[in-house]
Every structure is written in C-alpha cells, then in structure tokens.
Ligand binder design. Sequence first.
Ligand code: FUB
Length: 306
Amino acid sequence: MQKIKQLMVVLSLSTVAVLYAAERASNPFVKHMFTADPTARVWADGRLYVYPSTDIKGKGYRAMDGYHVFSTDDMITWTDHGEILHSRDVEWSGGPGAMWAPDCVYKDGLYYFYFPHTNTNKEWEVGVATSKNPAADFKVQGKVKGGTTFCDPCVFIDDDGQAYLYGVVSKKTYAAKLKDNMMEIDGEMVLQSELYDHREGPFVFKRDGIYYLIYPDNTKGGHQMRYAMSGSPLGPWESKGIILEKTSALTTHGSVVKYKGQWYLFYHNADLSGGKSTNRSICFDELFFNDDGTIKMVQQSPSVLP
Ligand code: FUB
C-alpha cells in the first residue's frame, strides 16, 4: 500500500511537471531556423502571429533574404506558415539580402506588411506588401512614399483609426502620420528626440491611454531594451529605463502584445547558434506593469536547446 502511495505521489508530481512545462513553449520558440526582430500581432481569428526577419546560417545581416510567419493559439504549439516574401519578389530590389526587421498591421480587410530592403543605390526603402491573409499571398504594392530613407519600420494604428509610421535614420527614430492608403507619409517625419541612448528597432503600443515606445539602446557587447511613455503617439516621450537586459545576441529588437489576458515581450537571443550575433532566435517572456503604468523588468526564461 505504502509503495502504491509513493508511486501516486511520483506520478502526480511528474504530471504537474509536464503540465507546467506545457504552459508555454520554451525559448527560443523557433528552433528549426534562425529568426530575429519579432513583431507579434493578434488578429481577428484569435491567433497570435509573429513576423520576424530571417537570419541565414553562417551568414551575416546582409544575407537576410526573406520572411516567414509563425502563429499560435496557445503559446505552446507554433506553426511555421512558410516564406511569405523574398527579395526576388521586390521589383526595386538592389539585390539579394538586407531584408531587415518587418512589421504587419491590419486595416479595412487587408494586412499590410512593411519591410526594409535596400534599393539599387544601396539605400534603405520600406516596401509594402498586402494580402487578405495574415500568413500568405502577400504582393508587393510599392514602397512608402515621403520622408527620407529609413529602416526598422513600425506602424501603430490608434483607436481612432489613424496610423503612424516610425522608422530609423542614423540611430534615431523619426515618426509621422500615415495617409489612409497606408503607403504615404502625411507631412514630415519628425525626430523623436527624447529617447535616451536610442539605437534602432522602435515598437509602439498603447495601454490604458498611455503610449509606449520600446527600443534597443547602444550598450557595448549587447544592447538592452529600453522604453519611454507618452500621452501622444508622436511624443514628447519620457524615457523610463530598461525592460530587458542584454541577451546572448549583440542586437535586441522586439515587440509587446497582449494575448488572452497576458502581456508578452517578444525579442531575440543567440543561444541556438552559440552566441553568433547574426544567427539569432526569437523568444518571448511575460511582461508585467506596475500600478503607475511603468513596466517591470522582463525575466528572460532560460533557453532549452535541441
Ligand atoms: O536584423 C537586422 C537588424 O538588426 C534589424 O533591422 C535591427 O533592428 C537589428 O536587430
């Protein structure tokens, strides 16, 4: 009898362990290829989609040449929907590679995929591809018109339907309204000057009427993720501090999303490649707010490698 009781305790403990382990996928949550710069979005079908850039095994940032989309409905099982866009699909492309951190938003029946890519003069342009499907059938419609050449686009659509575009020029974020066609800058791109030690990769979201802008800083040996808060999508911003310590990758870049009642930070590290800065992997961890709306430091869950 005693043995049966012991066995039951062991069984129930291992069941708990399995359930706990199954609460979420381990980091990095994509292990069959290298991925970076994840933008996470929740769409009307109830799934969470992630739009990252693709790192190529053994090659550097200039070799990044296409985009996959991943999705989940439980934070455990992730579907790779395959490649949705490649540099060969881009008429104004300056050649293969240099397809950097993208974003995707939804407006009036269309998904708009924004991707930075270099043109024949080796200048950054932000291309726009659209589809009725969040994870397939994207067709390049052209590039964002207006502003200067920039990379790392982020598009934020406010509650009133107005879209804003953020992008990086020489380590600074500039921002402007987007026209209704989602492809033209309305007015001038304005420097968001208050972002302390800003480097690249802005991502804007809104919670309880407060606008947040997260961004990587310039810390040597591994950038940290910082954030700023504002009462307006175009600032002025109040720099608040660090939400993610450096990871095993040199760069950091990510997004914040609420899914099924929980906020998450998506980011990348380089654990899967043994620390190679240009072979990164996308991760997520839970993000929590203080009562005053400030963000608590995100705890990086340890990588589980294949
Ligand atoms: O992934 C290529 C570039 O590295 C991104 O555009 C930057 O934000 C940095 O993560």
